[in-house]
Design a protein around this ligand. Structure first.
Ligand SMILES: [Zn+2]
Length: 405
């Protein structure tokens, strides 16, 4: 056998293992025969791979399944109780941790608020302490990787966040190096919108209608994660999909990013609060006082306060303009909208955006488009960060397990 074919054989084996374990993850529980069918591999290959995975403890045999012809066979599943990952989401005001099994079941969810005065350095220290505490508290499980989703454009090569609107100190902070130094397991840093987009696909058992998807994080900033054919679009520097910084007015106000008239200056939750406050100062009538909180603004929109509702609808219209550009540039097929703005008044948001899209898109494109509000039970961003960490393990499980031995 030549050296080249030896390398190819090893590569093929690695790919087959990844294919088998990913098929098992999507099915949650199935027999060897079903796995052979799904992965399109010979029974003998499946038997060998499953044998290795069972020996390593990554896969366990489980309850007896009733086969289609009355056969009884042994079920297989990933040992999510033993092998787990942690997903972390950090926003401008809070951070959350989720602990999930490698096959996606949720074991623990935690959330912490971030005091406004806390610097990035102290925040990262606090997050490291919380993650370490979560790892130490769970003796029965082995945390194999951590996925951390950060807000704002994240430069993959440099391991830095470019900037975070309304938060000082993040620009150029070596966030990736800090987390890597603190843990002896892999830490994967991802942009928050990318994580949320990936969650929509991974946790849907990779539903085909979600292979081409855009997830819009409509909160204090406007972010977007793009999935094409089931893979995240990162771009040359990792900042693809930053629709918040596409201009909707070339002569508009200057944005922190350097551009003028950026979409997020018009339709982020900060923009909404700013406009409402300005109109209150100008004497507009409303149930809101000038020092309203986000909760009070949400309640006013839901109670149909004329000022709050009008400005919220305006925000949704601006967002729709950004979505139309996104559709015409990237044709995502499915669009999911999440975060603060979507949660304030989901029905008003959907009605307003759909009306605008119908008006501004070609009828054939509008007819084929799926658009929805994020309804995942747990936070999509933290869940997506965990899913991406799990995927990195499942692509080469023995790479991690052998390193551990
Ligand atoms: Zn901008």
């Amino acid at each position: 056998m030549s050296v080249t074919s030896g390398i190819n054989h090893a590569k093929q084996l690695k790919l087959n293992r990844a294919l088998v374990i990913d098929s098992l993850r999507r099915q949650q529980c199935c027999s060897r025969a079903e796995l052979a069918r799904m992965a399109n591999l010979k029974r003998a290959t499946i038997t060998n791979i499953i044998g290795e995975l069972i020996d390593s403890g990554l896969v366990v045999e489980t309850e007896i399944l009733n086969g289609t012809k009355g056969h009884r066979s042994i079920g297989l599943r990933i040992n999510g109780h033993r092998y787990q990952v942690i997903g972390v989401m950090v926003t401008r005001t809070s951070y959350s941790l989720v602990r999930i099994g490698l096959s996606g079941e949720v074991y623990e969810v935690q959330s912490q608020s971030i005091p406004p005065h806390l610097g990035v350095d102290e925040l990262i220290l606090d997050m490291e302490r919380s993650i370490k505490h979560m790892i130490e508290e769970n003796h029965e499980s082995r945390i194999m990787a951590i996925g951390v989703a950060v807000p704002g454009p994240y430069l993959q090569r440099e391991g830095e966040v470019v900037f975070v609107t309304n938060r000082i100190g993040w620009d150029g902070f070596p966030i990736s190096a800090r987390f890597q130094d603190a843990f002896d397991i892999p830490v994967l840093l991802v942009n928050d919108a990318n994580a949320a987009a990936y969650a929509q696909y991974w946790f849907s058992s990779e539903d085909d209608t979600r292979r081409n998807l855009a997830y819009i994080v409509a909160g204090q900033g406007i972010g977007c994660g793009l999935l094409f054919d089931g893979e995240l679009v990162q771009g040359a520097m990792g900042i693809a999909g930053e629709i918040g910084h596409t201009s909707i007015d070339y002569n508009g106000p200057k944005c922190e990013c350097g551009n003028r008239g950026c979409l997020e200056l018009y339709c982020s939750s900060l923009a909404l609060e700013k406009r409402v406050r300005q109109r209150l100062q100008e004497g507009a009538s409303s149930c809101l006082g000038e020092n309203f909180s986000t909760q009070e603004l949400t309640a006013a929109i839901r109670a149909q306060d004329p000022l709050a509702l009008e400005e919220y609808r305006k925000n949704c219209e601006y967002l729709a303009v950004g979505i139309v550009s996104l559709i015409n540039q990237f044709d995502p097929g499915t669009i999911v909208i999440g975060d603060q703005l979507a949660q304030m008044a989901p029905k008003v948001l959907m009605d307003t955006i759909c009306r605008q899209l119908k008006d501004r898109l070609r009828p054939a494109i509008w007819a084929e488009l799926h658009i929805e509000i994020d309804t995942m039970e747990h936070n999509s961003i933290a869940m997506g960060a965990a899913a991406m960490a799990a995927r990195s393990i499942l692509q080469d499980p023995f790479g991690y397990l052998n390193a551990e031995l």
